[in-house]
Design a protein around this ligand. Structure first.
Ligand code: AMP
Length: 285
């Protein structure tokens, strides 16, 4: 069966109601399109766990800052639909902005703890936009499970918290980051790298690996571990580092001096006109 493309929220409700009446479990994968193998890995995870899989494609204006790449974000719906067909997705929900944000829309969600660190600090309002759109999508799709990539580690954390804090009746499932063979985390934004930038981009992951390897070899000093990454990335002049931080996997708490719990190194860096993010978990799980 080819994927059925649904634009109107009312039609989506009718379809998901039909499934729910048959007691079929619904898995949901929200995306912004320009689909790649990372998205497909979420779809595969959803197919394992649920009877029906809904993917949404919506480039959400609320989560982009005024100087960010909303206008140039890649959009390729026809190619995306082919990928969804091949992956065996049941329904694509591709709403229009006027349905997501009708005139008079004035509600927003926020996270009061980890909203102001990492990407939250670099991209003011970003996670409010993410939480607002994701909660609306959850209300429209009413899934049993929703799948998010660890590629966007802080996003997964704020959404997991929202679902717990506000008792959304669904389970959030975090999925591993899919990478190209050279280690670069797959991302729709990679399409906008020049060929030369593309050859440099894997240095981000290499730097993260250096941190994890040094930690495994006994280096537990927070500042030293950060320096290892900075020294590596500074060799490649084209990068403009936004942040490199090491935080506890648990609630993204800061480390004082010693990295002695399950940790995650998170990085954001600009390469040409593209902002790349990546992260790597390390230490005791
Ligand atoms: P996006 O279309 O970039 O908003 O991403 C949609 C979903 O796919 C989010 O849950 C992302 O974390 C996830 N995702 C994006 N890239 C990857 C990747 N390389 N590996 C796994 N999940 C990913």
């Amino acid at each position: 069966m080819p994927v059925s493309t649904i634009i109107a929220p009312m039609d989506l409700r009718a379809q998901t109601l039909e499934w729910r009446l048959k007691s079929e479990k619904i898995g949901f994968v929200p995306t912004m399109g320009a689909l790649h193998a990372g998205h497909v890995s979420l779809i595969e995870a959803a197919k394992k766990k649920a009877d029906r899989v809904v993917v949404s494609i919506f480039v959400n204006p609320l989560q982009f800052g005024p100087k960010e790449d909303f206008g140039s974000y890649p959009r390729m719906l026809a190619a995306d639909i082919e990928k969804l067909d091949a992956a065996g997705v049941d329904a694509l929900f591709a709403p229009i902005a006027a349905d997501m944000y009708p005139e008079g829309f004035q509600t927003s969600l926020t996270n009061n703890a980890i909203n102001n660190i990492l990407d939250g600090r670099s991209r003011p309002g970003h996670f409010d936009g993410v939480l607002t759109v994701v909660s609306k999508l959850f209300n429209l799709v009413q899934p049993d499970f929703a799948f998010f990539g660890k590629k966007d580690y802080q996003q997964l954390a704020v959404i997991t918290n929202m679902v717990r804090d506000l008792a959304f009746p669904l389970e959030i499932i975090g999925c591993p980051t899919a990478r190209d063979p050279d280690g670069l985390a797959m991302s729709s934004r990679n399409l906008r790298l020049t060929p030369e930038e593309r050859t440099l981009a894997p240095h981000i992951y290499k730097g993260l690996r250096l941190i994890a390897d040094a930690h495994a070899a006994g280096e537990k000093d927070h500042a030293q571990l950060i320096d290892i990454f900075r020294a590596h990335l500074s060799q490649v002049k084209d990068f403009r580092l936004d942040y490199i931080e090491i935080r506890a996997q648990d609630r993204l708490m800061d480390f004082d001096k010693v990295v002695d719990r399950a940790a995650v190194a998170l990085v954001a860096a600009h390469l040409g006109s593209v902002r790349l993010i990546d992260n790597l978990e390390f230490g005791a799980q």
